[in-house]
Design a protein around this ligand. Structure first.
Ligand SMILES: N[C@@H](CCC(=O)N[C@@H](CS)C(=O)NCC(=O)O)C(=O)O
Length: 187
């Protein structure tokens, strides 16, 4: 049986979440790199659109050929099909807190700093400095919240909250030194 295939990009936070999830669950897979900058963005090529019509990474192709996308959906699938070790805590309140932090990053922060929207700002005439300031603003705009959930994350073992937060960190640090148009900035 073929190993699952993960369509991924090394600087993609969303793909990073899935890479961590697969590693925690002990799933071996083949990586298929999809460069979000090279050639005008390989995710926009028809060959990749055939895999994920939304033109985003990650996408996971299972051994039977089924394709799934959206990192939360993929993580849910992994959790349901490979329950151990769990990504979510067992206490009844804690999973909601994990999903809360995951949603803040995945729904509120990441979309504002994604490749497509940032390129759109550039097309509208924004300078590199303006784009960098925009990126920093949304990643750092709630320092009190950040320090609080960082503390909580330190006490969690292998939860999705920790996983999503961890996946966002390289993006946050790299984005502040982004060079417009040439750098592979994405969430
Ligand atoms: N909500 C999606 C986000 C996927 C996503 O937007 N991935 C980024 C890379 S981190 C991407 O492919 N961006 C391409 C674009 O914005 O055109 C998920 O969690 O999988």
């Amino acid at each position: 049986m073929n190993a699952p295939r993960l369509y991924t990009y090394y600087r993609s936070g969303a793909a990073h979440r899935v890479r961590i999830g697969l590693a925690l669950k002990g799933v071996s897979y083949d990586s298929v790199p999809v460069h979000l900058v090279r050639n005008g963005g390989e995710h926009l090529l028809p060959s990749y659109r055939a895999i994920n019509p939304q033109s985003r990474v990650p996408a996971l192709q299972l051994s039977d050929g089924a394709i799934m996308a959206q990192s939360p959906a993929i993580l849910e699938y992994l959790e349901e099909t490979i329950p151990a070790p769990p990504l979510l805590p067992t206490d009844p309140l804690e999973p909601a807190q994990v999903r809360r932090v995951a949603a803040i990053i995945g729904c509120d922060i990441h979309p504002l700093n994604n490749v497509g929207p940032l390129n759109e700002l550039r097309r509208c005439g924004w300078s590199d400095a303006q784009v960098s300031a925009w990126i920093s603003k949304w990643i750092t705009h709630e320092p009190s919240f950040r320090s609080k959930w960082l503390k909580v994350c330190c006490h969690q073992q292998r939860t999705r909250r920790r996983l999503v937060h961890y996946a966002q960190r390289p993006t946050a640090s790299k984005k502040s030194s982004t060079e417009a148009g040439t750098s592979p900035q994405q969430g």
